[in-house]
Structures are given as structure tokens and as C-alpha cells.
Design a protein around this ligand. Structure first.
Ligand SMILES: Cc1cc2nc3c(=O)[nH]c(=O)nc-3n(C[C@H](O)[C@H](O)[C@H](O)COP(=O)(O)O)c2cc1C
Length: 202
């Protein structure tokens, strides 16, 4: 655990102990100003592409939203507020989302409908695994993350901007950014108690 606590985002490509990360990963709502650099971003996206994948379909597409595109991103979210009548509160949330983290990765599940061997739900699960893989990779590099969806992922303008076809689904907007100034990456203090989630087939 000490290893984690001593981990800093500036130390680029150092990675965390795998099991500790898997056992203690947490999301964060607050971010510092640093986004992953090009090398780190590449490493994060590569982790997405190793998701378990029935039929080797790679049924996903990642849309990287860097600081320079946040104004555009805010416009798409604002269009969503109008589309779904989300009102004043929705408008505030749209602003907050576009100013929350220095990087957002949008994940589109690229769905091939009516495939005999790989139903739609399996393709969505694969895209979900890709998303989680990217979160873990970002965490291992010392970045905070959070996966959100809400109504935003169904907004027509955002779907268009992300290149969605009729059956595609935006499944995630993943915030990525350094911990806040002076903070360490957010981690659970202890691994979860597994007992009430497990049974054995006998
Ligand atoms: C498919 C999916 C959609 C989610 N959508 C939202 C969301 O729209 N807003 C939100 O606050 N959390 C959302 N979450 C949950 C957060 O990403 C996070 O997992 C949750 O707040 C629990 O925190 P933890 O990851 O630290 O346990 C979503 C998670 C998943 C897997």
C-alpha cells in the first residue's frame, strides 16, 4: 500500500502493483490540472484494446476530448440539456462536466446487430471491459478517473460528434486527470468483503 501512496503522476510510466489497484480502485469527482501526456494517453488507450472480445470484433471506438475541445464538448452537452428538457440544473451540470477534468475519453460501443455468435449484449460488455481497462491503466499511471453516462450519452449532437451509427451506443464518458494539488490518488482503504457476493456450486 505504501507503494501506492508514494506514487506521483509526474513519474510518468511507473505502474502500480496490479492486485492492490484491482482491490482498492476508486472513482474521483475532483481533479487537478494535469492530463496524461501523449505517451501516457497511448498507454491508456492500448489497455482498452486488450479487453476480452468474443469474435475479435473490437466493438468500440474511443473519442479523446482534450482541453482544447472542451468548449465544443460543452456545446454538445448543452444541446442535450435542450433536447431532454434538463432545465437550469442540467445546464449547470453540463458546464461542470466540461470543466471537471483535463481529459475526457468517450467510449462508443460499435454494435453489429444480428450477429449469430456474438449478441449485442456481449459487444456492449466488451466495450465496458475496454472502458474499465482504460480506467485501471490511467489509475496505474497515477491519474484519477470517473465513468459517467446519464442522459448525456443519448444526446443527438454528441452521438453525431462521436460518429455513432444507428445501433451504436455511447457507453461512457470517462474523466481522467491528475489528483488535486497536494493530494494522492483516491484509493479504498481496504479491499471489499467478498462473503455476501460469493457462493460455490457443489
Ligand atoms: C455504466 C456506468 C455508468 C455510470 N454512470 C454514472 C453517472 O452517470 N453518474 C455518476 O455519478 N456515476 C456513474 N457511474 C458510477 C461511477 O463511475 C462510480 O463507479 C460510482 O460513483 C462508484 O464509485 P467507485 O467507482 O469509487 O466505487 C457509472 C458507472 C457505470 C459502470
Amino acid at each position: 500500500m505504501l507503494f501506492f501512496r508514494e506514487f506521483f503522476v509526474e513519474e510518468k510510466m511507473l505502474s502500480m502493483d496490479t492486485l492492490t489497484l484491482l482491490h482498492c480502485r476508486r472513482s474521483s469527482k475532483k481533479y487537478g490540472t494535469l492530463a496524461p501526456n501523449a505517451e501516457q494517453l497511448n498507454a491508456i488507450l492500448q489497455a482498452g484494446l486488450r479487453a476480452p472480445d468474443h469474435g475479435h470484433l473490437k466493438p468500440y471506438h474511443f473519442v479523446v476530448i482534450e482541453q482544447s475541445a472542451m468548449t465544443k464538448f460543452a456545446e454538445y452537452l448543452t444541446a442535450c440539456v435542450a433536447e431532454f428538457n434538463l432545465g437550469e440544473e442540467g445546464l449547470k451540470k453540463a458546464q461542470k462536466i466540461s470543466q471537471n477534468a483535463p481529459l475526457v475519453i468517450g467510449v462508443v460501443a460499435k454494435i453489429e446487430p444480428n450477429l449469430a455468435k456474438v449478441p449485442e449484449w456481449e459487444q456492449i460488455v466488451t466495450a465496458g471491459c475496454a472502458t474499465y481497462g482504460m480506467q485501471l491503466a490511467a489509475n496505474s499511471l497515477g491519474f484519477e478517473t470517473r465513468w459517467i453516462t446519464n442522459k448525456w450519452v443519448n444526446g443527438t449532437a454528441l452521438r453525431q460528434a462521436f460518429g455513432c451509427r444507428e445501433h451504436d451506443q455511447i457507453i461512457a464518458l470517462v474523466f481522467v486527470g491528475s489528483p488535486q494539488e497536494g493530494e494522492q490518488i483516491t484509493l479504498a482503504r481496504h479491499p471489499e468483503d467478498i462473503s455476501s457476493f460469493i457462493s460455490y456450486l457443489r
